[in-house]
Write a protein that binds this ligand. Structure first.
Ligand code: NCD
Length: 313
């Protein structure tokens, strides 16, 4: 790596060299994770605290598995029952935790920018596990690893990101990463769900949006971030923007299907297509998630060992 990382707050601050080194190390962790004994001591003696202020199943488990395989002491803070409910501010919570000398805080928060604010107040490394609609860096990295393993490269590809772009941190982080690595990103969805000005070509129909795409990445309708009126009905949405085998005929014959999950089957994606292992890499994305998180945490800790007051990138 050219310079070491202090935190992982988003894809935006990363250079292509950073991204490549995380993915290269993650490839090695994929091998480790496929062995019977999945143990490394890269994080032995380190304390990792997972603070999830928003519901999560797979991301939380993925970070927990990743930390444990690296030998860290992993603590999951139940934020629903924490002092936050008693009115303690995010910063007070962070300062209290900081006094216990954790090495890594993994934070998910419903407000964009909250994780960065927290990172400014603590001495340890902070990893953004998704902040509002802003960024979700480890999701974009695991998607990149999945694409690189399927296509052999990350440059010169056409990637169609489809659906609820407006409310999606996954879309933002993927867009930034894929453009940095030299691929073309298309944003596909109804005008109410695809903001303009994101610096990518926008398509309002699947036929032209998917034409000759190498990768079709579907997004969940983020109903929890909608206050109504974004789509006429789920049935109509599925008809126009839901991915099925028929719509896939517009993409390249060897195009892969991705989804960050959780999926709304029959809303944004056909269940059968999602389960078709000849085209769908959705399960592989979950596998890559653990490896990428191991790599990111390993590199963050290496950077801190080298220069404790390292410059924030
Ligand atoms: C994503 C998220 O939380 O942003 N999910 C995830 O991390 N696996 C996408 C989503 O919730 O739709």
């Amino acid at each position: 790596m050219t310079d070491s990382l202090t935190h992982l707050l988003g894809i935006a601050p990363l250079s292509p060299a950073h991204i490549t080194s995380i993915l290269d190390l993650a490839d090695r962790y994929v091998d480790l994770n496929r062995r019977q004994v999945k143990r490394s001591d890269a994080l032995a003696g380190r304390t990792q605290v997972n603070m999830f202020f928003e519901n999560s199943t797979r991301t939380l488990v993925s970070f927990e598995v990743a930390g444990k395989r690296l030998g860290a002491d992993v603590i999951n803070m139940a934020m629903q029952t924490s002092s936050i409910k008693k009115g303690e501010t995010l910063v007070d919570t962070a300062l209290t935790l900081n006094a216990m000398h954790p090495d890594l805080l993994v934070v998910r928060h419903p407000h964009s920018g909250a994780v960065e604010l927290l990172a400014q107040k603590v001495n340890c490394a902070v990893l953004n596990a998704g902040d509002g609609r802003h960024e979700h860096p480890t999701q974009a990295l695991l998607d990149a690893l999945t694409i690189r393993r399927a296509k052999g490269r990350l440059d010169g590809l056409t990637v169609a990101i489809c659906g609820d772009i407006a409310h999606s941190r996954v879309a933002r982080s993927n867009l930034i990463l894929l453009q940095k690595m030299g691929s073309t990103v298309r944003l596909v969805g109804p005008p109410t769900l695809v903001p303009t000005g994101l610096g990518a070509d926008v398509f309002h129909d699947m036929e032209t949006g998917l034409k000759d795409a190498d990768v079709v990445m579907m997004l969940r309708l983020q109903k929890e971030r909608m206050d109504g009126g974004f789509i006429p009905s789920e049935r109509e949405y599925y008809h126009r923007f839901g991915l099925d085998a028929d719509k896939m005929t517009h993409a390249k014959p060897d195009a892969i299907v991705m989804h960050p999950a959780p999926m709304n089957r029959g809303v944004e994606i056909d269940g059968e297509l999602a389960d078709d292992l000849t085209r769908s890499v959705i399960q592989e994305q979950v596998e890559m998630g653990v490896a990428v998180r191991m790599a990111a945490m390993d590199l963050l800790m290496q950077g801190r060992a080298a220069k404790p007051d390292g410059v924030m990138v």
